[in-house]
Design a protein. Sequence first.
Length: 211
Amino acid sequence: FLFAIRNGKTDINITEYISNVLFNIVFFYLVVFSNYKPLKSNNVTKIILFVVIILFGSLIIKFLYDIYLFQSPSSIKNYNDSKISYLGYELWRLVTMTIYAFAYLTYLKNIEQVRIIQDTERKLLVTEIAFLKAQINPHFLFNTLNFVYQDVCAMSPNSGDTILNLADMMRYSVRSTKMDFAPLINEVEAIDKYIYLQRKRFGEKMYVDFH
């Protein structure tokens, strides 16, 4: 429209103008959607193939639409004056729209990468918090058991020993989850402490012979 006003044109065809705009919009999003996945996977061969097919396919469709279906007077005149000039101008417009489409694709790819980074950071933060909680709870329990042991031991050495064995056994069970392998002697000691606790619990009702 600005081109027409600047050059004093009053015979601009609104229908032709709108059809060109709609054609460019369809072409733009066709390039975007057909190349979105190949661009994400950096598949250059597919990108080049799709662009060439879409470019020349669209050029043929535009030619058939302008000359035979819509029968645009300006397009027919330009085509009759110089076929190469007409096709070259239409190809140049499509190439321009392709460049715009790839600029938009790059923008979409960057947004996707930022989203992936943010999701990864969020999941990492959740994992770190869960790990800290898992560490805080056992430490709180062990500290409390040690405090109770010191408070009870003077009044009842038997109960104090039970609490101490429980604290040692639980401390080892938490520590052992962080190792792929554990010394056999540590495993044996943990079993001894477990048997000791069960003996305290059941008394003469339980008999264990452990070697």
